[in-house]
Design a protein around this ligand. Sequence first.
Ligand code: HEC
Ligand code: HEC
Ligand code: HEC
Ligand code: HEC
Length: 405
Amino acid sequence: MMKSYLNKAIARFVIPISLIFIGSIAFFSVCFSQEVKPPADPLAGRKVFVNKGCVNCHSIYGKGGKVGRDLGRTLTHLGPTGIFAMMWNHSPEMAKLMQKPQRMPTFSEQEMTDLMAFIYFLRYFDQKGDAEKGRMVLKRKRCLRCHKVGRAGGSIGPPLDKVRNYAPPLSLAQTMWNHGMKMSAKISALGVQRPTFTGPEIRDLFAYLGEVNTHNMDTITYLKPGRPQVGERLFADKGCVQCHKIGNKGKSVGPDLTRVDFHGGVTQIAATLWNHSPKMLARMEEREIAPPIFEENEMADLAAYLYFLDFTEQKGDVEEGKGLFTRKGCVKCHAIKGEGGNVGPDLSRSDRTVDYIKTTAAMWNHNQKMRILMEKVGVPMPRFDEKEMRDLFFYLRTERMKYEN
Ligand code: HEC
Ligand code: HEC
Ligand code: HEC
Ligand code: HEC
């Protein structure tokens, strides 16, 4: 049942296809050759979500259990370690709520990867926009000066209710990008101020244009959610890499995109690209780079790539992590380089600390045992925020890497 309502939510963007994760982009300062095994399909994690019983307490887009929050609507700005921190923090409550505490779910590394990727991916699909608000956006942004919708509007550009590739929001973004040069030229020739958008505005606008579109739904081209790995290739092929540095590839003419927030999902990505396109196009002209044209699913693939840029989020603060290891009580049971407790293994030698997904799975899987041991000595379970979790993991990995060398 889970499958069907998720599919419905995702069907706005088209049926789930296999998305392949970017796993290999490593942009942390120290040179770890870290292996994050990406799932072939970010939607694969919904199976884990159902099979491990999360769905009994949590909804996704309104469907599912009501004990915890709707995970399709929260967790807005969290990366995988942040999502995991939230999951970790509620483990005592979760154990209490589960009728049989011995049935707290455990995860293989692959299952944990899938689950984190799935929850992370939920934000990519925006809520549907408000068509009425979109109508106002169109007015406010003066699109009607040049475009007709129904009978109203000018005819300098093509009518917007006849755009074939309207299917919101990425296809329209792609269409706007492809026409961007000519449109911008007209806009400046007429002395009209070039509009910029926020994510919600573009979402509403697309909802409106979708509604007024006169094309038969069957003939509309939908874009699929996008394949990050294909997007990575396009990033090079379309010349983005000539101006944007990601990791240690590329040039720094434009901003470092790993610092840009793409968590707002597809419409935010569309808005960001649109808003920056005049300056980008100007730089392209200077450098005699032909502005890229996007076809078929390319904009979606590129957007998915941008969205997953920080999925592997590796950087942390080693010193902070070291302090946390003591403050959060890990040191009572675990040693680092022989120093500390010996209830659990020495974590500077553990193969579970070489990447964060492994650490995440290992840490979760011993949650129950740890809790029972800690209750015995009367110590509360530690809680974490996203940064703390990341710093701790980074510290553990740093120590582990020293051991290897
Ligand atoms: C027995 C009920 C129950 C189960 C099963 C359960 N949770 Fe929760 N979960 C809760 C409650 C209660 C909270 C705290 C209230 C809240 O913030 O949603 C919570 C909070 C969360 C949060 C933080 C949400 C936020 O916005 O703060 C995440 C993430 C989460 N759970 C993930 C999971 C995952 C993943 C699973 C499956 C492995 C799971 N939960 C299983 C009850 C449950
Ligand atoms: C100053 C005139 C002008 C304004 C204002 C303007 N456009 Fe355009 N637009 C054009 C022109 C000219 C084209 C055709 C460009 C080409 O041929 O490549 C175009 C093309 C388009 C297309 C592609 C249409 C198709 O059928 O392929 C879309 C979508 C679009 N504009 C949306 C908008 C939106 C949304 C706004 C308001 C935010 C807007 N335009 C404001 C002049 C304008
Ligand atoms: C010729 C150089 C150049 C090329 C090629 C280029 N960009 Fe840019 N890009 C820039 C510049 C310069 C800016 C900053 C523009 C501004 O400040 O408005 C920018 C800004 C951006 C932003 C907004 C960043 C922010 O701070 O919010 C995104 C996203 C982006 N580019 C993506 C791309 C993608 C995707 C491609 C490939 C299709 C691409 N760029 C190709 C130069 C370029
Ligand atoms: C009360 C004792 C106790 C505390 C506190 C504790 N652990 Fe553990 N930990 C264990 C035990 C015991 C194991 C061995 C696995 C098992 O038996 O489930 C373990 C295993 C692990 C592993 C897997 C290591 C391997 O090689 O398999 C990781 C990673 C880990 N713990 C991380 C942590 C972190 C991080 C903290 C602090 C937030 C922590 N643990 C706190 C007892 C503890």
